[in-house]
Design a protein around this ligand. Sequence first.
Ligand SMILES: Cc1ncc(COP(=O)(O)O)c(C=O)c1O
Length: 371
Amino acid sequence: MVRMNLDEIQKREAELYSQVFSRLPIAIERGQGMYVWDTDGKKYLDMCAGVAVNSLGHAHPKLIAAITEQSKKLIHCSNWFYTTAQLDLAELLIKLTSMKKTFITNSGTEAVEAAIKLARKATGKTEIIAMENAFHGRTLGALSLTHGEKYRKPFLPLIPDTKFAKYNDIDSLKNSITDKTAAVILEAIQGEAGVILPDDSYLKEVRELTQEKEILLILDEIQTGFGRTGKMFAYEHSGIQPDMVCMAKGMGGGFPIGAITFSCTDFEAGEHGGTYIGSPLACAVANTVIETIISDKLVENSAAIGKHLLDSIPESRGKGLMIGIPADDGRKKVIELIEKGVLTLYSGNTVRVLPPLIIEKKHAEEFLSAI
Ligand SMILES: Cc1ncc(COP(=O)(O)O)c(C=O)c1O
């Protein structure tokens, strides 16, 4: 492999690859624990975890062992056949969310697609209500529930019978519901919008309203799930039980996988599917990642270190290790932090901090002195 500097990599990419990403000026080559190294060998503290994905940090021995061991046995065999890794994962996800069934996917947006189809199928109704500033993914169904104009406008028209209520405003939701409404979907904390937290009572009010109107409540826990906010799932902070949960990101520790769990009516044979979904490899990895999150008490760690960070940065907001810090210009601040050897992300004028759940106090101190 020819070694290239950042300038050369950027030029090659402009020639070879869709210019769809507005990338930050750094090419990452390898990682270990809480750190990554760029192609020039410079070390960075990873405070974004690949957008809340690398829950166990980089090159975690248990993750490597799970990939290695399962690869030796069976990587893929298709959903024409039964596999037990799929069942082990299903059992774990059902237990964690107190649901009846699971359907596994390859990504977050696919989990949302499955949720849309299942909500329509289970209720016999078509309308789905999402929230203003929500982000649920970029495939056409999920995009129909994603609010930002920059994501939607070039691809209109999207799927019909979708609409947006104001987040954290129960009357706005009440006024949006019709007899066609199948489901309400929302994030317990809005992530891509810039770490937006609703009032403590809001999710409870949404649950009561959806129950009263016999509408499914779908929680998109794709970013907030698996310990990110200091609970296994962020809806647990409100003590509610949704009808469906969408998950992805943190559950695979970097291996692409997503899922829904649900307590409504199931699909019938042939109504949904996919070649790669629930592969033995993906399921074995997710099982290991989630079991490690539990055995190493990483949810508790997320709550404790998150609280320390939030207490130490007075202007910050968030829960657990999902933190937003206001900045005049988010991108500029993130680049400034890269220069200081720290990786974060941004949404508009918010710096987003989403470190691996293995973060220790010493890493938090390193971050605090940089910011
Ligand atoms: C809340 C939420 N839903 C859905 C998605 C889409 O997930 P994916 O990028 O895996 O398709 C994301 C990704 O950022 C997300 O944060």
